[in-house]
Structures are given as structure tokens and as C-alpha cells.
Ligand binder design. Sequence first.
Ligand code: ZN
Length: 292
Amino acid sequence: MRLGALEAGGTKMVCAVCDENGNVLEQESFPTTTPEETLPKLYEYFEKKNIDCLGIACFGPADVREGSPTWGKVLMTPKVPWRNADVAGYFKGLNVPIGFDTDVNGSLIGETTFGIGKNYKNVVYFTIGTGVGAGIMVNGELVHGMLHPEAGHMLLSMSEKDPMKQGVCFAHPNCFEGLCCGPSLIKRWGKGGKELVDRKEVWELQGYYIAQAMINIMSVVSPELIILGGGVMHQADVLLPEVWKQFKELNNGYIQTEQTKDPEKYIVCQSLNDNQGILGAAVIGQKAYEKN
Ligand code: ZN
């Protein structure tokens, strides 16, 4: 099969054709500008590829509720030109089954189908990059619920050592995204993660916030594995040890399982070289095809 896959991100759109075995056969990226400018380029890409289905893993908030009149649309996003953009609807003319889910659910499906999450049914995937988002799988099913989880906006306790008074989220002064995303690093320290690798205080603080989020998600969802991806995690070598250490401290012996004893195996990095999103999008398309 030729699985069309679109990873629709806030900064770039990745289009690909994949097979069922987790191979990306061909791939091209386009910058995300406005729907009027960007969507026709994506359509043109897929039009010539002889695909059997199309899976879209889209930035949010987006309407992923099947049967909803606004299914497949981006909702009240901070990226103003994309508000109410009918992303899935734009590809109807391809005449192939279309699957639509959030970008983070795409990454989660990629990892649970082909990657480190393969043998688990209760998994949470966080992307920590330009924004922070989470995909949640419970008993092998993606959680959509009322809309879809927005665990990047869980509220955290701010550290007294934080030189910022509040995070960068427009809605919340102290949410996970506002305190931990890439832009928050730049606001707080004047530089991106790559240029801060030698600054221990940067990763102690970052680790403190991520560890809080890990405690919260563990307490609510009880996942068997937590996977972290996104641009901020490119500094995993300096960051993850801080997350593990502070996760243990914050857990304070309360939940005692194999996983909490050994957070190195519990809170892990993405395993598919940043292809988890596009491979997951392909699986979303394949599922739509099978349903059809
Ligand atoms: Zn927020």
C-alpha cells in the first residue's frame, strides 16, 4: 500500500508516502504560512503520488471528533490565519479515505506501532518544542474525550529560582507549555537550548518543571511508559538526568512500582529519529482505509 501522510505542524508541513512497515518512501517539507498559500502546495504533492489513503496529524486545537460538523478543522489556535481552517476537507478531491488526529497522537501512534512503545497499551507521548502537547493512549485506545487532551497546559508550581515571572503561554501564567517550550527558554535565558548545554541551572529548572508534569500525568493516567520528543528534547543528554532525579524526589516514595524505582526506563526519548510523527500519520490514514 501507498500510505499518504501529512504531519501538519505550526512551522512546517511534512508530506510523505510511507508503506505499512514503517518505511518513509519519499518525503517533502513545506513552510506553514497561511492556509491559502500552504494547503494547495500539499494537495499538489499528494495528487501525483497515487496514494491509497491519507492520514493527517495536525497541530491543534483541532476537531478530531468523528461525526462532528467541524471534524478535520483547526479550531481556536494562536496561529490566527489557521483558525477554522478545514485541513481534512481540503483533501476530499483526492478521493481516498482520510484519517485526522492531533500531531501528538500521530507521534504516539508512530511510537506504539513501530518504536519504543510497541509492547505497551497505556502510554503518554509529550512533544516539548515550539509548544507542548500530549497524546494519551489508554488500554490501546487514543483518548479524545470532550475534544482531545491538552496536557501541555496543565498548571505547574513555579520555582522561586525561575528568573521569569510567568511563562510564555497567552492563556496561562504557569502552564507546562509556557514554562518549558522552546520559546520559554529563549525568553528566560536569551538563547535556545543548543547554546545553553553548559548551563546547569537551565536544565535543573527545566527538569524541575518536566518532572512535575510527569508526576501529574502519572498520577492521573497511570501510563506504563512516558515518551518525550520535540526540539527541546534534542538536549536530552543534559536534560533527562535532571528529569529522572527530580521525578524521584517529587514522587517521594509515594507510588512504588518498577517504573518509579527506575525512571530511566519509564521516562524515555522518542526512538524513531523524529520520524514518529510522519509514520504515525501514515497509520492514521491506514486505519481510515481499513474502516472504509
Ligand atoms: Zn497554557
